[in-house]
Design a protein around this ligand. Sequence first.
Ligand code: ZN
Ligand code: ZN
Length: 140
Amino acid sequence: MSESGEEYLEALWYLRESGDSICRIRDIAQLLDVQPPSAVEMLRKLEKKGLVTYRRQKGIIMTEKGETEAKQIVRAHRLMEVLLNRVVHIDRRDIEEIACSCEHSISSEVATKLCIFLDHPRECPHGNGIPRGECCPEQK
Ligand SMILES: [Zn+2]
Ligand SMILES: [Zn+2]
């Protein structure tokens, strides 16, 4: 999938996390700083790939396949943040941008290795939850 397609899935994950029950075109366009027509165009592409569905009343919803992809990107992003902050001691204010530019090249295998190395962190340095991977011990 294209990097910008991945950005959309990531944005959908963030919007849901922030408590939006219905995600509308304008919400996602605003978050990604794009014009609504280009958001519509990209969401159509994602819909064709079976990653999201769009209904006027229900807004944009990720399919199971879309969820899996989004989870992988958010996981890579936040594990990278932990690595940069905790291990490399890069300031919390600067890690977001760096993590954003490398999240797309981190495979799930690499994310698993990062997760094990970092001892399965539950939160990124900004306090956002890191989606659990198969490597992670059960939450008690
Ligand atoms: Zn973060
Ligand atoms: Zn883990």
